[in-house]
Design a protein around this ligand. Structure first.
Ligand SMILES: Nc1ncnc2c1ncn2[C@@H]1O[C@H](COP(=O)(O)OP(=O)(O)O)[C@@H](O)[C@H]1O
Ligand SMILES: [Mg+2]
Length: 268
């Protein structure tokens, strides 16, 4: 069995001590794994990713990462925090939270510059990444002028530039067209084939089968209620309906309006 990279044990977390976001989460993520965290809005997906990225800490219970118990104290040890930041890359749901430089190129260079990588190595890396993500034409553009899909690709490029071992992705394909979604999934699958751990939070059921070997479902109770191979979950219509992961659509049948659940896995 692969080595556990992250281990959450009975984790509780509340924002400002009064808004519960995780209520007894147990989750193990192994090195090189490809996993999804799925669940309806507000079930705690982003909170889990924030915790995996060492931005917030378990209120009770514990999170282990890289064989250390992660606390604010451990994350402020300069040595550990540097290794952690180099190892774990987080693509935020909102790319505007990630892009702040005057040009796309500078944004992509920012992470490796902070980590003290040599400039010529960084420049070569930018070209390689821009080719892979097909964003060469955007390098001299201002990030805030880009479309949402372009911004998403640039955010992923920024994280790839740091060459992390673990990619945390919060709704990476939300609002993207099918071709851009395809490009992003292909890049993530390539990274996984190269040994990287990929953790994706999503409620886009279309991508779950490809982007994960195991899917963890968060329920309304803000804990993981099921962990299984994606097909098992995607084929369980009742379970998906109970957990708000399917639409109920209205259609005309024989001149009458008729409502029935409609899987996100079926393309519209
Ligand atoms: N900054 C915040 N302050 C207060 N409550 C928050 C904050 N962020 C999230 N929450 C609450 O925590 C719960 C989990 O949120 P979140 O992790 O964002 O869910 P998801 O990503 O699955 O939509 C929700 O009930 C949400 O209202
Ligand atoms: Mg979220």
């Amino acid at each position: 069995m692969a080595k556990p990279l992250f281990e959450l044990k009975d984790v509780y977390f509340s924002y400002m001590g009064k808004f519960p976001a995780l209520c007894g989460v147990n989750l193990t993520i192994e090195e090189g794994a490809k996993v999804c965290v799925i669940g309806a809005n507000g079930t705690g997906k982003s909170t889990i990713l924030n915790m995996l990225d060492g931005l917030i800490f378990a209120g009770s219970g514990s999170m282990k990462a890289f064989d250390r118990n992660i606390t604010s104290g451990v994350m402020s040890e300069p040595g550990f925090s540097r290794v952690f930041r180099k190892s774990v890359g987080f693509v935020f749901q909102n790319p505007d939270a990630q892009l702040f430089c005057p040009s796309v190129k500078e944004d992509i260079m920012f992470g490796p510059l902070q980590l003290g990588v040599q400039l010529d190595k960084i420049k070569k890396g930018v070209d390689i990444i821009a080719n892979r993500l097909k964003i060469n034409n955007l390098l001299n553009r201002q990030p805030h002028q880009l479309s949402i899909g372009e911004k998403k690709k640039v955010s992923i490029a920024c994280v790839m530039a740091v060459e992390p071992d673990v990619f945390l992705l919060d709704e990476p394909t939300a609002g993207l067209d099918p071709a851009t979604t395809r490009d992003i999934i292909d890049i993530l699958l390539e990274e996984n084939m190269a040994g990287k751990t990929i953790v994706t939070a999503t409620h886009d059921m279309h991508i779950v089968g490809e982007i994960s070997d195991i899917a963890h479902v968060l329920g309304r109770n803000k804990k993981i209620i099921r962990s299984a191979v994606p097909d098992e979950i995607l084929l369980d219509c009742e379970f998906l309906k109970d957990n708000n992961l399917v639409h109920v659509h209205r259609h005309m049948h024989d001149g009458r309006i008729h409502a029935h659940p409609h899987l996100h896995t079926e393309h519209h």
